[in-house]
Design a protein around this ligand. Sequence first.
Ligand code: ZN
Length: 134
Amino acid sequence: MVKLEHIGIAVKDINQSIALYESLLNTPCYKTENVESEAVTTAFFQKGETKIELLANTITGGVIEKFIEKKGEGIHHLAFAVSDIFAEMTRLSNAGFVLLQDQPKKGADNKLVCFLHPKSTNGVLIELCQEIID
Ligand code: ZN
């Protein structure tokens, strides 16, 4: 793994949360993006080296909504940048971590992503992400 790429935060109301984080970080949201496959809308903030991703569902009964029902709003995942997502998936799988996908999928922010099940990572949802180079 290269570095912590971003921290994902589950929110109920994306617009309200964008305003809140713009005020908190004193920096504008630089991008919003819908991830159709997940029915999720995302909003990104960059402060120095640190990136924050807000996530809210665009449909009822989606994964973020279910997360919030169980745990409330808050930190949803930690995302680590990797240089070779396929190699890293193989390494982690062989080490006994539970991957939520067999193959990387297209995530927000032009990235290939794969998630690790929190039951194999002390309760923390971990995202691996690799920049897609066109
Ligand atoms: Zn993420």
